[in-house]
Design a protein around this ligand. Structure first.
Ligand code: ADP
Ligand code: ASP
Ligand code: MG
Length: 358
């Protein structure tokens, strides 16, 4: 089945999304033309690395994760997809509930707390002065937008749309901070907001992406960055409607964003860096009997994800299967461990890669 089929299938199964074409701006304010004709496929192979919230919790972990990116960037072009720092999305959604209860000053304090959490990480990154000031300015602008959504007086109409807008800030903060951590580690990186190219329907909190349009728009933004030897650090979790309203793809969906973004740039592999050694037969934090699974087919992984194995979002697998992308689940804190490989059986993959030669 061709990737185009997947795109059509996903669009059919979801709400109808009309294509749109506008000029986009990266999180750092660089303009990039959508559907850029000059955006050819990058020559070198591309790997996509997705980091979950516990892998990015604080400056020390970000700098550790940055070393993993640096190692990968020695042999491939790399694109990064980030979650919010662990706990941040929960806090942002609880602000939305607090607003709905009319407890405005409580919500405001909480929003300021979230902002300061990210400023603290920036301080802990100990960047050189000019870089520090640049990143601080970016966080301030984002923080201003966040606080604008959470006024301390008056009335706020809380809607699913507002909840998504609030929830989006976690990934937008972490993309900026992780790009800064990468720069500190000697990897040229640029934060990119996925809402600039991940086009979705307007089912807020569970928006479905339109893959074909997302791919066209995403290539226009991401391929020139890869060509320029920059590592795009893309926000997971979020997209936008055709008229530019921020949506989210559902809780825990940054894995899915990772697969979408890997597909956009034709990455050969998506590595999902998390806090366990791979996919187990059961949650290893709950069951002492849980056994690590080394190799899984797409169907096997899908069955586990669909039955609630939080380590992998279930939407990843159909897309990975259709595009024959290899997925690895690996432990950020034990990078020497092999992890779980999800893909075509190794020999079938080799066969396909070498045009069927035995
Ligand atoms: P991340 O923030 O990296 O996306 P998640 O918390 O979403 O991480 O997913 C990782 C967690 O998934 C693990 O810490 C583990 O508790 C849980 N989990 C549930 N089922 C499984 C399973 N079958 N195998 C591995 N981890 C699982
Ligand atoms: N930050 C989002 C959440 O907590 C998405 C993710 O982490 O995958 O649901
Ligand atoms: Mg997760």
């Amino acid at each position: 089945m061709s990737p185009e089929y997947v795109q059509e299938k996903v669009a059919r199964e979801s709400c109808l999304v009309e294509p749109f074409a506008v000029t986009s701006i990266t999180e750092e304010g660089r303009f990039t033309a959508a559907n850029n004709d000059a955006a050819e496929s990058p020559r070198q192979s591309v790997v996509a690395l997705k980091f979950g919230g516990s892998s990015l919790l604080g400056a020390e972990r970000m700098l550790h994760a940055a070393e993993l990116v640096r190692a990968a960037a020695r042999s491939s072009r790399v694109i990064v997809v980030v979650s919010a720092m662990k706990g941040v999305t929960d806090r942002l959604l609880s602000i939305s509930r607090t607003l709905a209860e009319g407890k405005l000053s409580h919500a405001r304090n909480e929003a300021e707390g979230v902002l300061h959490l990210h400023f603290d990480v920036l301080e802990d990154l100990q960047l050189e002065e000019a870089k520090h000031d640049r990143v601080r300015r970016g966080l301030q602008l984002l923080g201003r937008d966040l606080l604008h959504e959470v006024p301390s007086q008056g009335r706020v109409a809380t809607t699913p749309e507002l909840a998504d807008r609030l929830a989006s800030f976690g990934e937008r903060f972490s993309a900026r901070l992780f790009a800064a951590a990468l720069e500190k580690s000697g990897v040229a990186a640029v934060p990119v907001s996925s809402s600039d190219f991940v086009l979705t329907c307007d089912t807020f909190r569970d928006a479905k992406p339109h893959l074909e349009e997302t791919r066209a728009r995403g290539r226009g933004i991401l391929l020139p960055l890869l060509e320029a030897a920059l590592v795009p650090v893309v926000t997971g979790f979020i997209g936008a409607t055709p008229d530019g309203r921020i949506t989210t793809l559902g809780r825990n969906s940054s894995d899915f964003s990772g697969a979408i973004i890997a597909h956009v740039v034709d990455a050969e592999e998506l590595v999902i860096w998390t806090d366990v050694d791979g996919v187990y037969t059961a949650n290893p934090h709950v069951s002492v009997e849980a056994k690590l699974l080394h190799d899984l087919s797409y169907d096997e992984a899908h069955a586990l994800a669909a039955s609630g194995a939080k380590v992998l979002h279930p939407h990843v697998l159909p897309l990975a299967a259709e595009t024959e992308m290899t997925i690895w689940i690996r432990n950020t804190f034990k990078p020497h461990a092999r992890g779980t490989r999800i893909g075509l059986p190794q020999h079938a993959h080799d066969h396909a890669q070498f045009g069927g030669a035995a």
